[in-house]
Design a protein around this ligand. Structure first.
Ligand SMILES: C[S@@+](CC[C@H](N)C(=O)[O-])C[C@H]1O[C@@H](n2cnc3c(N)ncnc32)[C@H](O)[C@@H]1O
Length: 211
């Protein structure tokens, strides 16, 4: 070894610890502030479609409280197991895990949810699959209910898979065809995978029959 200082080896454990700390802070604090900003309220019944390990389900559960409920739906069983373990450690009793086989049609009743989150999931779905999903979301949402969409992986934000050639305007136009009216776009530092990044979500409200 020469005279110079020994270069510190990149420590993956340290990086993991930091990421972990950052996401715990997100789930217990920053994520709560963000979800309140997009319109999630106490007592809401909310569906987190494609919840994975719950980076949005957990802060949402803190907001909706004991009388509210979060349905965390995913087809990935091990991710849902991790979410279940985390929610038990946090003493959250208002998260119901819904494991599916990937079917986009659900068994929930009509007009059941105050809000649905579609965060970082649309890029997995073809146009026809998205049509099935938006039709289903319209059915299970209450009148004036909220759908919040995080269209990660569109052309301006790490383009990938089914959304790589679409703009945010294309997504808005597509969703509005299903009786869901665009209401606002909210940008902030938000959770993506297991870290934070700058991103924008778009909110829609279910149109009532006479509007
Ligand atoms: C990139 S993760 C996003 C997780 C979470 N929404 C977030 O933003 O942190 C996408 C999740 O959607 C799930 N997913 C994809 N297609 C699905 C389908 N057809 N039905 C249920 N879950 C699905 C995947 O298993 C994965 O856990």
């Amino acid at each position: 070894m020469g005279k110079g200082r020994k270069k510190k080896a990149f420590n993956f454990q340290e990086k993991d610890r930091f990421m972990n700390f950052q996401m715990i802070e997100w789930e217990k604090s920053k994520g709560i502030k963000f979800l309140k900003k997009i319109g999630i309220k106490k007592n809401f019944v909310l569906l987190d479609f494609g919840a994975r390990i719950g980076h949005y389900s957990i802060p949402a559960a803190f907001i909706v409280g004991k009388k509210g409920k979060i349905y965390a739906l995913d087809k990935n069983e091990s991710a849902l197991d991790e979410l279940k373990e985390k929610s038990e450690k946090l003493g959250l009793k208002n998260i119901e895990i819904v494991k599916t086989d990937g079917n986009l049609q659900t068994n929930f009743p009509d007009n059941y949810f105050d809000a649905v989150l579609l965060y970082d999931i649309l890029h997995f779905l073809s146009k026809n699959q998205r049509k099935i999903l938006f039709t289903e979301i319209f059915r299970i949402l209450k009148k004036n209910g909220l759908v919040s969409v995080y269209p990660k992986h569109i052309n301006s934000d790490y383009p990938m898979r089914e959304l790589e050639n679409l703009t945010i305007k294309d997504i808005i136009r597509e969703i509005e065809k299903f009786g869901l009216d665009f209401s606002k776009k909210i940008c902030d530092t938000i959770s993506h995978d297991d870290s934070l990044n700058y991103g924008c979500v778009i909110n829609f409200k279910k149109r009532s029959e006479n509007e």
